[in-house]
Write a protein that binds this ligand. Structure first.
Ligand SMILES: NC(=O)c1ccc[n+]([C@@H]2O[C@H](COP(=O)([O-])OP(=O)(O)OC[C@H]3O[C@@H](n4cnc5c(N)ncnc54)[C@H](OP(=O)(O)O)[C@@H]3O)[C@@H](O)[C@H]2O)c1
Length: 232
């Protein structure tokens, strides 16, 4: 794998993914809104930018051309099907054998077997109903984006992030198939480690057609699970 595209490259997750990908020797191209291009100045000529909304099909088609992998930030912003438009463009135009990695939160479920806490269900309910009213966030659209990805026979992975925090990385997060697994109880991941997992997924074939729910490996619940795995 040589050349990858990051859709939503100017956001916090996008910039961390860029750092990890460059460090690992990938050639990086990316798409971000024109008004955000300046946020990437510090990468200089080490990356190539295709300015445009991440659901602009023409821009996405140009950007993913010739890429072996595509890392896509599914952003639940606005009320105009932004995330589902972004996902559809990537599914339609990425190279046939490209690995497609998408980011989202724990609220997305692949098979309905996740067990959500009361707090998570309340926050999701709040965003689902208030978001569209305020015309800011549309979680239902991120759910629709995920539905389309899960139904696709492309080589996809949907990485589901826990609550996030800034700070130096602790290494590759631990993951579980379902929210509710005790390993995920601490519900916290460093954002840079979320990005590291996204880049890692490009080359981990065990993650094809999986929706791993991730957690920082230094958190209490992950350390307990890792210790039990060593003992057992
Ligand atoms: N935040 C959390 O606690 C959390 C938890 C779990 C999972 N996640 C997932 O992690 C990923 C990254 O989320 P993040 O919260 O960390 O944010 P982020 O990385 O900063 O990304 C936000 C993205 O949304 C874009 N954006 C911002 N405002 C927009 C608007 N009005 N219209 C269109 N695009 C807009 C940004 O582009 P510009 O650079 O152009 O502004 C950027 O690409 C998402 O997939 C999210 O579902 C987040």
């Amino acid at each position: 794998m040589n050349r990858i595209c990051i859709i939503g490259i100017s956001g916090k997750l996008g910039q961390y993914m860029t750092q990890h990908a460059l460090k690992q020797g990938y050639e990086v191209v990316g798409v971000c809104r024109p008004e955000s291009v300046g946020k990437l100045d510090h990468f200089g000529d080490r990356i190539t930018i295709f300015p445009g909304r991440t659901d602009d099909r023409e821009v996405v088609q140009k950007a993913v051309d010739g890429c072996d992998g595509v890392l896509t930030v599914l952003a639940p912003w606005g009320v105009d099907n932004y995330a589902s438009g972004t996902a559809q463009a990537v599914l339609d135009f990425a190279e046939p054998d490209a690995r497609l990695i998408f980011s989202c939160g724990w609220h997305i479920t692949k098979d309905g077997k996740d067990v959500f806490s009361f707090k998570l269900r309340f926050v999701e309910w709040l965003f689902k109903w208030l978001g569209p009213l305020l015309r800011l966030v549309d979680l239902n659209d991120q759910i629709e984006a995920a539905r389309r990805i899960f139904a696709s026979d492309r080589l996809w992975t949907v990485v589901r992030g826990s609550d996030l925090e800034e700070g130096p990385g602790d290494g590759l997060p631990v993951w579980a198939e379902h929210v509710g697994d005790p390993v995920l109880a601490s519900n916290l991941t460093k954002r840079t480690d979320f990005a590291l997992f996204m880049v890692h997924a490009l080359t981990d074939d065990r993650l094809i057609h999986e929706a791993p729910a991730i957690i920082g490996r230094a958190t209490a619940s992950a350390r307990t699970a890792l210790a039990l795995a060593v003992d057992g």
